[in-house]
Structure formats: C-alpha cells, structure tokens
Write a protein that binds this ligand. Structure first.
Ligand SMILES: Nc1ncnc2c1ncn2[C@@H]1O[C@H](COP(=O)(O)OP(=O)(O)OP(=O)(O)O)[C@@H](O)[C@H]1O
Length: 351
C-alpha cells in the first residue's frame, strides 16, 4: 500500500466536459476534492453525476478538460492510479449461486494487478470491513439488497485504497440497508480513505459527508465544506408586529432586499410566501406579510452589494419609527433551500 496521503487534492478536474451529440451532459466542471474528505456529489437525476464519475475513472472519454486522480493525470496514468482507487459504479455482477466470498475470489482473480497468494486474506479482510464476515459462506441470492451493495463495496476494498468512488451506493436500498451503507462510508473515512460518493438525496449527503459539490444540468453550481455551504445561504429576518405597514416602510427605507421567491422542496410555495393582500403601493414587493397579518419577512442577504445591516440596527430603526416589535428573529436559509435555489429543482430531501 502507498503511504497515507495528506494535503492536496484527491480529485481535481478542470473544464471537464462531455457531449453526447449536441447534448451537453457535463459542462466545464472544476471539481476539487481534498484528501481525507467524505465528498458528496449531489444533484438531481440526469444532472451529470454518473457521466462525470465515468470520466474520472477512465470509463468514458472526456470531450474536453482534464482529470487528475491522486495527483496524477487521467487517463494517461490510469494503470498506475487505478490500483489505488476502489470504485462502485453500476454495481458488479455477482453469481447468485456462489457465496459472497466465492464471488470476491473470482472478481479478485479477474483483476490484472492482484496477488494470488494474499487473496484469501484480502477477501476475508474486505468482508470483515463491510460487516459481512458471518455471511461470507452464504449464497448471494439469499443476500438482502443492502448486503449485496456492501459486497460491492467489499469488492472495491479488496486492495488497500487511497480513494473510493461510489455512485449512488444507497439507491434502491431499504432504510436498514441505507443505514448500513452510510455507516460503512463513515467508518471507511475514519480509517483515512477519501470517499467520493454521489447521491440525489440531500439528507444523505448532509448526514454522511464533510464536503459537497452540487450539479445542476451538467454544471457545477457550488462546492466546498458543508459547513461553509450552510453559512453561504442568505439570511432573512422575521418580524412580528401589529404595525405591519409602518414596519414595511422602515424596512424598505433601509434598503432591505426583497426576499427571493423560492419554491418549496415539493415545488409548492411555503406558507410565508403566500402574500396577504399583496405588497403596499410603492414598497418592494417581497417584504412579505404572513397570513397571520403580523409577521413580516425580509431578506437580509449576504450579498456584498447589500449594505451591511446588523439585526440590532434594524430593530433600533423600527423602534425609533414607533413600530411595536413583538418578535424578531434572524434565520438562515436551510441547506435544502439553498440547494433548491442553486439548482432550481426540488431535491428529494430524505429517504
Ligand atoms: N451514453 C449516453 N448517451 C446519450 N446521453 C447520455 C448518455 N449517458 C448519459 N446521457 C445523458 O446525459 C445526462 C446526464 O446523465 P447522467 O447519467 O450522468 O446523470 P446523473 O446525474 O448520474 O443521473 P442519474 O442519477 O439519473 O443517473 C442525461 O441527460 C442523460 O440522459
């Protein structure tokens, strides 16, 4: 095994693109996946995740752009790099009437770089790492979907790996199988393997990953540590007052941005987006009043063009103008709202 890799990028792409005829499936993607991260590759179905992964692994040729895995150029250095990279893409085919262990023996024997003398120990170790040691002798047709998926991951782990690439590893699994795979990904990451895992489920990436990149219609629309992606969301203030009209005037005078209209996750407007009576004449249209008639919502924004306004200053202005403030809160966009805003599409939030 190569020594532990620290610092730098495990995956880097520059301008990576793929066209199918006139259709652009992946469009100038610049991915930067730091070593040691669990990196979620998030996007709705059809956004280009699998196509990107296939190019990363040299399974498909890029139309343009470059890929570097573990610091080496792909596909030029494919034969040097691939032994250090485990992958689960579209799942390996298993023989149903052979046991899990026998299947792994066959798949390992088919690999061009594997050492027969260590095969038994490596198969046993891989099965142990995915928690299938007790089912090693059981025929695969008796495995649950979750067990089959873990066997696929065991196959990716037959040799020590610096990087694991998993394409939608929980697709089609029941909640128990999903939990098994998520726990496995986390424990692999704890052992120091960089894990790049695609998903169309925001909740999954939220629970499993340290970093994420978001794809939308072939383009990369955001990437970075999840904590930073959360912080990057817009802030909004929520004011409860019996003096809605006066409050709206003060907020408008302070130049607060209208709250952008966003669809909810299921494409439905959220309750606070249902305006009551429409905006007052001459005021920004989206200083919203909620159906209770007492709650006004306005975007504070994180935009540099937006004048920096501290929440306490907003309250001071309101009070000065005689607005009775019954409640005041600053809320940040949830990760879901942020991603919906970025992709313009509803994510499946949870499974
Ligand atoms: N071999 C192909 N020929 C033509 N079009 C393709 C091919 N492979 C993918 N596409 C198209 O490229 C786009 C991106 O597909 P891709 O499978 O990469 O998306 P995805 O994000 O992985 O979605 P899913 O989760 O549904 O697989 C889609 O519009 C798809 O129809």
């Amino acid at each position: 095994m190569s020594g532990p890799v620290t610092g730098g990028l495990a995956i880097e792409t520059r301008g990576l693109s793929k066209h199918f005829g006139r259709q652009s499936a992946v469009d100038h993607v610049d991915l930067a996946v730091p070593h040691g991260t669990v990196f979620g590759f998030l996007g709705p179905n059809g956004s280009g995740k699998t196509t990107t992964i296939r190019m990363l692994l040299g399974l498909a040729a890029a139309s343009s752009g470059t890929v570097s895995l573990l610091g080496q150029a792909m596909p030029d250095k494919l034969h040097d790099i691939l032994p250090r990279v485990g992958a689960l893409v579209e799942g390996p085919a298993f023989y149903p009437f052979l046991s899990g262990a026998a299947n792994l023996h066959r798949l390992d024997a088919a690999g061009p770089h594997t050492v027969p003398s260590t095969r038994r120990a490596r198969v046993d170790h891989a099965l142990e790492r995915v928690g299938l040691e007790h089912a090693a002798g059981k025929r695969v047709h008796a495995y649950s979907l979750g067990m089959k998926q873990r066997l696929g991951i065991a196959n990716a782990l037959l040799s020590p790996r610096d990087l694991l690439v998993l394409d939608e590893p929980t697709n089609g699994l029941d909640p128990q199988g999903t939990r098994e795979v998520r726990n496995l990904v986390r424990s692999l990451a704890n052992e120091g393997t960089t894990v790049f895992v695609s998903s169309h489920l925001l909740a999954e990436v939220d629970q499993m990953c340290t970093h994420a990149a978001v794809m939308s219609a072939g383009r990369l629309v955001a990437q970075g540590p999840l904590a930073e992606l959360r912080q990057a969301g817009n802030a909004r203030l929520r004011l409860v007052t019996p003096d809605g009209g006066a409050a709206r005037q003060v907020l408008a005078r302070l130049g607060l941005a209208p709250e952008p209209a966003q669809p909810g996750a299921a494409g439905q407007p959220r309750p606070e987006q249902l305006e009551r009576g429409g905006p007052a004449p001459g005021l920004p249209g989206a200083l919203r009043t909620q159906p209770d008639g007492e709650t006004v919502v306005a975007a504070l924004g994180t935009d540099a063009k937006q004048p920096a306004l501290l929440p306490e200053d907003v309250v001071a202005h309101l009070v000065q103008a005689g607005v009775r403030v019954r409640g005041f809160a600053v809320e940040r966009e949830s990760l879901e709202e942020r991603f919906v805003a970025l992709t313009g599409e509803g994510f499946d939030v949870a499974q």
